[in-house]
Design a protein. Sequence first.
Length: 227
Amino acid sequence: MGRPVDDPAFEDLTARARIRDAAIRLFADRGIDGTTVRDITDAAGVSPGLLRHHFGSKQALRETCDAYVLDRVMKIKEELVLEGKVASPGFLPSVHPTILLFYRYVTRALLDGSPSAAAMFDDMVTLAEQWVSKNAPHVSDDHRAYAAVLVGMQSGILAMHDHVSRALGVDIFTSDGHLRMVGVLADFYSNPLLDPGFVAMARQSIETLRAPNPPTAAGTDPEAEGA
């Protein structure tokens, strides 16, 4: 199995953290349904009774793992973006294995069709909305919609992992593939694809369609047609 998340010495972790970290790795590799309580406790080096003592059930453990992964992802992103650690030679290599593990975990978690998957997506949108509102409020007048679309686009890349990896010729869940993907995402976020004039016209058209009585396809007022 290797060492748990964040790579501290295994014996230094509490039993609760060891169970959580073992579950994250197994859930990322096999999915929730493909992982048994015995699998988790064997990997963590504890008894099934200790898992039940700390978490109660595999489902409760899954919810703890979901919350932990999202919290760690947000903290890593804040360190990279807001604290400037992206320029630190040692920081990205130290967190990169954890990021790759979490991406695999989130991909599995979001695609299992469970209420927990829906709750996780909603939590991701809420966290993204809070981040945008606090750190980049200028990007949109509709922070909730911006966050929902952003999370949908990014998680969609992960969900389409096999296809994206095939197109790139490298697995995006490996170090080389992930770095290539992130480099392209940086290009997307830093270079507008649309001309500002076109965007202005598109926004005007959107507002027209949102009006209480939008014009018909022929460009006439529907109320006038019925007069």
